[in-house]
Unconditional design. Structure first.
Length: 210
């Protein structure tokens, strides 16, 4: 099963990707995590990407596609994968097709901007391992401390309200047209936001006929 998760920043793509990874037994390829690892390690790609991410702008296509195709060539992707955070533009989607990256379905998580703004304001990530939490919906056992590694939980710079507003504008302009792109290929599966994380997972699995 080769999937793409589409949706606005904060729609729950990362959370659902992690659950689906276990459910479908395929790896999640998160561009955000790959890029953040590169930034943390201070690689040239990471430093290049950081300046864009800090301003809520999109990382250039050549950087993204290069990282993705390298990752998909690894052994654990042979039986499928879940792409989270890529493609973000029609240009990226076309470049991925040219690079031979195929998918079985594009799941689109449908969440209103208003709900996104509330969600992002409460999102926290571990600065050590990158695990994601939410102060209301998915809090850590001990406030401000990661359950996984004991690291410090922080609000990412790109989760600040003014940056989120910018990111949503970018999403509607650059990324939302992908829904039509995949609909034309018969691959789009829209999934309405559910009251619970588990409810959204079930809706995704139903859309996939599982």
């Amino acid at each position: 099963m080769k999937l793409i998760l589409l949706g606005a920043p904060g729609a729950g793509k990362g959370t659902q990707a992690e659950i689906l990874r276990k459910e479908l037994n395929v790896p999640t390829i998160s561009t955000g995590n790959i890029l953040r690892a590169a930034i943390k390690n201070g690689t040239p790609t990471g430093l290049k990407a950081k300046s864009y991410m800090d301003e809520g702008k999109l990382v250039p296509d050549d950087v993204i596609i290069g990282i993705i195709t390298e990752r998909l060539a690894e052994e654990d992707c042979k039986n499928g994968y879940i792409l989270d955070g890529v493609p973000r533009t029609i240009g990226q989607a076309e470049a991925m097709e040219k690079a031979g990256v195929s998918i079985d379905a594009a799941i689109s998580l449908e969440v209103s901007d208003e709900i996104i703004m509330k969600r992002m304001d409460g999102r926290r990530v571990c600065e050590a391992c990158g695990a994601s939490y939410h102060v209301v919906n998915a809090p850590s056992k001990k406030e401000g401390v990661c359950d996984v590694c004991g690291g410090k939980l922080v609000q990412r710079a790109d989760d600040a309200p003014e940056t989120v507003q910018k990111r949503l504008e970018v999403y509607h302009t650059e990324t939302e047209p992908l829904k039509d792109f995949y609909a034309q290929r018969g691959l789009l599966k829209p999934v309405e936001d559910q009251p619970t994380i588990a409810g959204t997972t079930q809706a995704i699995l139903r859309a996939l006929g599982r």
